[in-house]
Design a protein around this ligand. Structure first.
Ligand code: C2E
Ligand code: MG
Ligand code: MG
Ligand code: MG
Length: 280
């Protein structure tokens, strides 16, 4: 069939594939130097406490300014960093940078850091987190580690040990992107998470799908019954925020509450005021 149309379509497809593979490989190489070249930085997105209407936590999100490609999305380069193992030094840098930054924030604000499944493979993760906390001087209760269920997919014994060791340091553990994986519910049996972060795909359905609303209600009630803080991500409208508050959710995160930015607390009082506009 390919021959009949001259093979042009096949060749175009192969060229495109090859192009993508080459781009990935060159990005992998560049990522190796990105830390030293200071091309990485963090932006911070607030989580609002729905009771007080104030920022209670700020999530650190990684950004890469590539010299030629411009801003590369973490969705694109985190998988490359995981494949090469670079996620370990990069992840340590993220943790240290976020903890040092958080020391300057109001004392009732914690910082949330995303931790990849690959970082969990190292037995030394809890030791390194402890060292970073000590160096930065951040109170461990102000650090929250966000993991997705991919952390729990393989080698449960090892990962459970690491999770419990982290918890013993006094840091909180959040289950990120809840509801998108294959067995989110069974993971809640494996480990007592401190926080459940509902994926934004559910939140965008509020007001449009009774089915999704029923699921969000049930997830919120389950989280509360399990003594978890319940956070909804991707809140983009006042209507979504009001709905979540009315249904007992503890926290909201999303563009309506605040966009990721380099300095969420400058000036601190102004940030507090912006948030309090949405307080009940
Ligand atoms: P995540 O942890 O679920 O983070 C939330 C993502 O949703 C962020 O995308 C954030 O910018 C975006 N977001 C927040 N509010 C809204 C909203 O109202 N609407 C929409 N449409 N999107 C919203 P971002 O920064 O592109 O990060 C994507 C993912 O990359 C993160 O998802 C996280 O899994 C991963 N990631 C980011 N930084 C790090 C890091 O330092 N380490 C690791 N291992 N992963 C990271
Ligand atoms: Mg996250
Ligand atoms: Mg998330
Ligand atoms: Mg997400």
């Amino acid at each position: 069939k390919a021959k009949a149309d001259g093979g042009g379509g096949v060749r175009l497809f192969e060229d495109a594939m090859l192009g993508r593979i080459r781009a990935r490989q060159s990005m992998k190489r560049d990522l190796g130097a990105a830390l030293e070249r200071r091309e990485l930085h963090l932006v911070y997105q607030p989580l609002m406490d729905l009771g007080s209407g104030r920022a209670c936590c700020v999530e650190a999100l990684l950004r890469w300014d590539h010299p030629e490609r411009g801003s590369v999305s973490p969705a694109e380069f985190i998988p490359l960093a995981e494949e090469t193992g670079l996620i370990v030094p990069i992840g340590d840098w993220v943790l240290e940078t976020a903890c040092r930054q958080a020391v300057d924030w109001p004392a009732d604000v914690s910082v949330a850091v995303n931790v990849s499944a690959v970082q969990f493979r190292c037995d030394s993760l809890p030791l390194r987190v402890a060292a970073i906390l000590a160096r930065s001087g951040l109170d461990p209760v102000r650090l929250e580690l966000e993991i997705t269920e991919s952390v729990l997919l393989h080698d449960n014994d090892h990962n459970m040990r690491v999770l419990h060791a982290l918890r013993k340091l006094g840091v909180r553990i959040a289950l990120d992107d809840f509801g998108t994986g294959f067995s989110s519910l069974s993971y809640l049996r494996l480990f007592p998470f401190d926080k459940l972060k509902l994926d934004r795909s559910f939140v965008s359905d509020i007001g449009h799908s009774a089915q999704s609303e029923a699921i969000i209600r049930a997830a919120g009630e389950m989280g509360t019954a399990l003594s978890m803080i319940t956070t909804a991500e991707g809140v983009e409208t006042a209507e979504q925020l009001a709905w979540l508050r009315a249904h007992g959710w503890s926290q909201a995160q999303g563009y309506f509450v605040g966009r990721p930015s380099r300095s969420p607390f400058i000036p601190a009082s102004a940030a507090g005021e912006t948030m309090s506009r949405y307080a009940s």
